[in-house]
Design a protein around this ligand. Structure first.
Ligand code: IPE
Ligand code: IPE
Ligand code: MG
Length: 247
């Protein structure tokens, strides 16, 4: 039986987030420049999306560029932004064919004009698609997001739109970049690093974490199925006892 056939359809994670890491090391191992790794990383993005879609994942959120990544050499940042534009242009048709909605989180205003324009165009063109929502985290940092959220809510308190007593989890959820997304069920990080790197700190409160040594450009559908299989073998207790869960 193939891996995919072993996946229980009724236990598929609704929201999978991925820290796509290891492009640079992948290229270095091949004696190539880091950008070669990023170019090949784009193929792995397609694999992850197709794999997720095939098994019924409804939300996939991909960490593509962090607020900290702005500190990389300008040539690498420029190349990543160019790749974003060319990939968006190239993949729009495929997104439409597969009924996939594109979404973005992060400080989108910080992106170069060309990238922002192309991104907003694809988001608009795909806004009525409903099979799967793919969210790109671009110029995204969880702390930046939380600061922005605190400011937005404070402003509403100041203007008597929200009272302090009414601030609860849902108020916070509704002011995050991820306001339209459910909590993350499964967080995957490739490349062997076991850290969060400022990604979705609030949203992964109860996510299952899955780390693999696979470098991002080598990631395939099968790796997505493997991660989901692993997820399905865990018991999510949410603070309760195993007996309560299995009652
Ligand atoms: C992930 O791969 C892509 C981005 C962070 C944009 P890296 O570029 O971080 O690759 P490594 O970690 O240096 O191998
Ligand atoms: C995290 O990877 C950001 C993205 C995958 C976009 P990094 O390679 O930037 O993270 P660190 O520096 O190893 O923590
Ligand atoms: Mg890295």
């Amino acid at each position: 039986m193939s891996l995919k056939d072993q996946i229980q359809v009724d236990k598929v994670p609704q929201h999978v987030a991925v820290i796509m890491d290891g492009n640079g090391r992948w290229a270095k191992k091949k004696g190539m420049m880091r950008v070669f790794g990023h170019e090949n990383g784009a193929k792995a993005v397609k694999e992850a999306i197709e794999g997720g879609s095939e098994i019924g994942v409804k939300f996939i959120t991909l960490y593509a560029f962090s607020t900290e990544n702005w500190n990389r050499p300008k040539s690498e940042v420029d190349k990543l932004m160019q790749l974003l534009v060319s990939t968006l242009k190239k993949e729009l048709k495929k997104l439409q064919e597969n009924n996939i909605k594109l979404n973005a989180i992060g400080n989108i205003d910080a992106l170069p004009k060309k990238a922002r324009k192309e991104l907003l165009n694809v988001i608009d063109e795909t806004k009525n698609n409903s099979q799967l929502t793919v969210t790109l985290a671009l110029s995204y940092g969880s702390r930046e997001e939380l600061i922005k959220t605190v400011k937005l809510i404070s402003d509403k308190v100041k203007n008597n739109i929200i009272s302090i007593e009414n601030i609860d989890e849902s108020v916070i959820n509704n002011h995050l970049y991820t306001q339209n997304l459910p909590d993350v069920d499964l967080l995957i990080r490739t490349s062997g690093e076991q850290r969060i790197s400022n990604f979705l700190l609030w949203q992964i409160a109860y996510a299952e974490l899955y780390f693999t040594n696979v470098l991002w450009p080598d990631f395939t559908k099968e790796h997505m199925f493997e991660a989901v299989m692993n997820f399905q073998n865990r018991e999510r207790r949410f603070g309760k006892t195993s007996e309560q869960i299995n009652k």
